[in-house]
Design a binder for this molecule. Structure first.
Ligand code: SF4
Ligand code: SF4
Length: 430
């Protein structure tokens, strides 16, 4: 037990005081939806933060548990009529928990392993390589029940990897087709580049076809999203500085991101580095140039490249870090609607998280599984041919839940569908 917060970046009281306790956010919160517990709602968590600042709470296991259970999905931000900015509040709270709360040894080792591998593409590549062999076993045999829930989640969520996906690279510069509209940089991501390289290829193809010179700097690393969302703020700042420097050197007009979690973090660099006099202005300018790929396509205006029909019923699942954290709902739908033949289906509970949420489905596997199964049943209720979502974590989470419930629909990023339409290829080739 200890006093909750020290004075190194505690949650901002002014932001907390904007909460008027109206409760409008409660029905949008996945953990409140599952358990109906006030302290597992946004209002309850904000109340706990205030208790921490006022010295009414202690950093007990129960206190930390309510914050560990939060998905950081930001559905509460969308729902809040008072404009409470929950994102900096939960990031600051998690930062304090990371520094001041003593987790169990097993928990510390598990988290350390995640943060030592996932944000480093070369290490992640090495970690994914043995999956060739492991997958051929685990796909035929059930995952051993004696494994801990976290290790079972790790195996269930393990992506399908191929030699091609592990070694795929993008050209460093791809010229615009026809007259150039602008030069854009592409963040290739960590999981995205190794597990879903087709999304990166589709991003480059579409942007070039729509008149952009596309630069994919080889020197880029992790954007820091996982670290930021987990409250590892010093790590996140290091990743942010190096990402800013790489794209400044590339001399691009915009930095395009096709992973919602990465995009939302990069748009937060201005806030993250606000206290660093050497970087504050560069970070603010960088964040202002970040665009989600669907946002970028929409901003380019009148499409240049011809779209071929894709006769598909598409269920689009909003990634929380796109819809709630960045407020981008229309652009991905517009991208999909620009494809002739696509019927865009309306999902029930579209605003509720699928349970992916960065590393949440690894560290909180039971809750994530409940949310994933719930989401798959809702998607299934609209009978889609294909599911589309704009974040690699959501794709992995939905795939795992769909496989548990024996649903076989493919899951693709909207930009992959647009690329297929530009190339005139059928669904089986997407
Ligand atoms: S971020 Fe998501 S899980 Fe956390 S309090 Fe807000 S709505 Fe609930
Ligand atoms: S909706 Fe906003 S103001 Fe109302 S309880 Fe939730 S966070 Fe507080």
């Amino acid at each position: 037990m200890s006093v909750v917060f020290d004075d190194r970046h505690p949650p901002d009281r002014a932001l907390i005081d904007k909460c008027v306790h109206c409760g409008f956010c409660l029905p949008s919160c996945p953990t409140y939806l599952l358990w109906g517990e006030e302290m597992d709602s946004p209002r309850g968590r904000i109340y706990l933060m205030k208790g921490g600042l006022d010295g009414r709470a202690t950093m007990s296991d129960a206190f930390v548990r309510h914050f560990d259970a939060c998905l950081g999905c930001m559905a509460c931000v969308t729902a809040c009529p008072s404009g409470v900015q929950y994102s900096p509040l939960i990031e600051a709270t998690r930062g304090q928990i990371e520094r001041r709360y003593e987790r169990s040894l097993a928990d510390r080792l598990f988290r350390r392993a995640i943060f030592s591998v996932f944000p480093y593409p070369n290490r992640l590549r090495l970690a994914l390589a043995p999956l060739f062999l492991l997958q051929s076993v685990t796909r035929r045999l059930p995952i051993p029940s004696w494994l801990s829930p976290r290790l079972r989640a790790l195996m269930t969520l393990a992506p399908r990897v191929t030699w091609k996906s592990l070694t795929a690279t993008l050209p460093e510069r791809t010229p615009a087709v026809g007259a150039k509209r602008m030069t854009v940089g592409v963040l290739t991501g960590c999981v995205q580049r190794l597990v879903f390289p087709n999304v990166n290829t589709a991003t480059v193809n579409v942007l070039a076809a729509e008149g952009c010179d596309v630069v994919a700097p080889r020197a880029q690393g992790c954007c820091g999203a996982l670290a930021l969302h987990a409250g590892r703020l010093d790590d996140a700042r290091c990743f942010a500085r190096s990402t800013i420097a790489v794209f400044e050197r590339a001399g691009v007009d915009h930095v395009v991101v096709n992973a919602a979690g990465c995009g939302s973090s990069m748009k937060e660099y201005g806030q993250l580095l606000a206290g660093d006099p050497k970087w504050a202005e560069r970070a603010r300018a960088f964040s202002a140039r970040v665009r989600d790929v669907t946002e970028m396509v929409a901003a380019l205006g009148e499409p240049r490249a011809a779209r071929h029909p894709l006769p598909l019923r598409v269920a689009y699942q909003d990634a929380c870090h796109l819809a709630h954290a960045q407020g981008i709902r229309q652009a991905p739908r517009d991208v999909l609607r620009s494809i002739p033949g696509i019927e865009l289906l309306t999902l029930p509970e579209a605003d509720i998280c699928c349970g992916s949420a960065g590393i949440y489905n690894l560290v909180e596997p039971d809750t994530a599984e409940q949310l994933g199964d719930r989401k798959v049943r809702l998607i299934d209720s609209v009978e889609p041919d294909i599911v589309s979502t704009a974040n690699p974590g959501c794709t992995l989470q939905l795939r795992a839940a769909a496989s548990r419930l024996a649903r076989a629909w493919p899951i693709r990023h909207p930009i992959e569908l647009l690329d297929a339409s530009l190339r005139g290829v059928p669904l089986r080739d997407i």
